[in-house]
Design a protein around this ligand. Structure first.
Ligand SMILES: *Cc1c(COP(=O)(O)O)cnc(C)c1O
Length: 467
């Protein structure tokens, strides 16, 4: 069986999928039981020809692929895939390099060095920061917190890599109620436990209150502390005020981490860069490639201002993997051992877009998000709950009977089932809301026009008295 025929077949399916993405319903149409029935074939005793496996997979999965790559998908913070990044991702799988080390994947190691430097430049982070290409922001947090744990405990004479946490000085984490759940999972994975987390009060916009942080840090001296701040709240896009908060944390010798899963990309735009003022004073930063940079999934980036702590938390000597001396050895910085070469897709996307292309992508998405929130809020029976600071915002729908929560969920369900657009729901400050996130390179002005029309139509249909 030739490799080329099954690969060409798969490439054709991929191209067909992408060409139809604008015409296909965005919602899924197959139930889970239907998918289980179709895909739940018997494990064959003798194998099935490769082309047949691929053709069947495409047919069986049909209706079970959520159209989150569509330009009219506004759920969560998902992002699409730039064709150039997808192409590089295909090559990544083709080359099948083990990116654990620079011996098994020399070109990938070099590409990570270059893309790592490019990312620091675009995100306006210190040149000296170390970095790692990880699976996503969740593992970026976990990697950063491992570096923080090393640093804080080493300062207190405790070698956590050798002694572990039993009997170690306590580490606490100060963050705000708006933190993403992935912060808590990083705390759990590192053995700190969620009881180590204390929530610091925020202002009415959800930004951590500097006075409250100062007070929280002013307790008994010498408590090892990680302050976890946020660049870009999931619902409103709000940013913690780094220029006020970082100096306070520094004064108390706390480690400052920044969750900038999507918000860190505001640095690429002169219009939004001011939101990040002071962020360079943090000790670690986490962001995603698979959200706003529009890389395929499995792409997060972490940067650490204390490279020695970062390396100490991960480096592991083996007799069989002798590193090339003058090249960064990836697994000294990554939580994984064997892994795919995530650098290629990032490198390809950054080179294709250029600095100005990233700026344009960020600004376009923010413009689209603003127009969506404002135009939907202007429709009869709708209102804005949060105007986007960058690319995320909230609206809700009003019911004559006062049950706006129910009404909002009904409108979201009707919009999803239209197949033309996709929005998700969230409870924010006690109210049900429809979240609007724009971070796909594909979204056009025409998509926004069409989306507003769909919302108008659905609201009109829903307000007709039922017979
Ligand atoms: C998506 C997101 C995360 C988690 O990132 P993953 O890439 O899904 O691991 C963390 N924080 C924020 C603010 C996010 O939007």
């Amino acid at each position: 069986m030739s490799a080329s025929s099954v690969l060409q077949q798969a490439a054709q399916h991929a191209v067909d999928y992408l060409q139809a993405i604008d015409k296909q319903p965005i919602r899924t149409s197959a139930s889970l039981s239907e998918l289980r029935r179709r895909l739940g074939r018997e494990l064959p005793e003798h194998g099935v020809p490769a082309i047949e496996v691929i053709d069947d997979l495409v047919a069986d999965a049909a209706g079970g692929i959520l159209g989150s790559g569509s330009g009219r998908f506004y759920g969560w913070v998902i992002g699409g895939s730039l064709p150039v990044a997808l192409a590089a991702d295909w090559l990544t799988s083709t080359w099948d390099q083990n990116a654990a080390s620079n011996v098994t994947a020399p070109a990938e190691a070099v590409v990570e060095e270059i893309a790592g430097a490019w990312l620091k430049h675009i995100l306006n982070l210190p040149d000296e920061a170390s970095f790692a290409f990880v699976t996503g922001c969740q593992m970026a947090h976990t990697t950063a917190f491992a570096a923080a744990r090393h640093h804080l405990l080493q300062q207190r004479g405790w070698d956590v890599e050798v002694k572990g946490l039993q009997g170690a000085p306590n580490i606490r984490v100060l963050t705000s109620e708006n933190r993403h759940e992935s912060i808590l999972r990083a705390v759990r994975l590192l053995g700190l436990g969620t009881e180590a987390v204390t929530y610091v009060a925020s202002d009415s916009e959800g930004r951590m209150d500097p006075g409250a942080l100062d007070a929280a840090l002013s307790g008994p001296a010498d408590r090892a502390t990680i302050v976890s701040l946020q660049a870009g709240d999931l619902n409103t896009g709000v940013f913690d005020v780094f220029k006020a908060l970082c100096p306070i944390a520094r004064k108390h010798e706390a480690w400052v981490h920044v969750d900038g899963a999507f918000g860190l990309w505001a640095a690429a735009s002169p219009r939004y860069r001011h939101l990040l003022e002071g962020v360079e004073q943090a000790n670690s930063w986490a962001t995603d490639g698979h959200k706003w940079l529009n890389l395929p999934f499995d792409s997060g980036f972490v940067f650490v201002a204390e490279p020695a702590a970062h390396r100490a938390a991960f480096s592991q000597a083996t007799s069989y993997a002798v590193p090339l001396e003058d090249l960064r050895n990836q697994k000294d910085w990554n939580p994984e051992w064997s892994r795919r070469g995530r650098g290629f897709a990032a490198y390809a996307a950054l080179r294709h877009l250029g600095r100005l292309g990233v700026q344009d992508l960020v600004e376009r998405c923010c413009d689209h998000a603003c127009r969506l929130v404002e135009s939907i809020a202007a429709l009869e029976g709708a209102e804005a709950l949060a105007h986007p600071v960058i690319n995320q915002g909230l609206v809700r729908f009003l019911s004559p009977d006062g049950d706006h929560d129910r009404r909002t969920d009904e409108v979201i369900a009707a919009l999803q089932s239209s197949g033309d657009v996709w929005f998700g729901g969230v409870t924010w400050q006690g109210k049900r809301a429809m979240r609007i996130s724009v971070c796909n390179w594909l979204t056009t002005d025409a998509d926004i026009d069409r989306t507003i029309e769909v919302v108008r139509r659905v609201l009109r249909e829903m307000s007709r008295p039922s017979i």
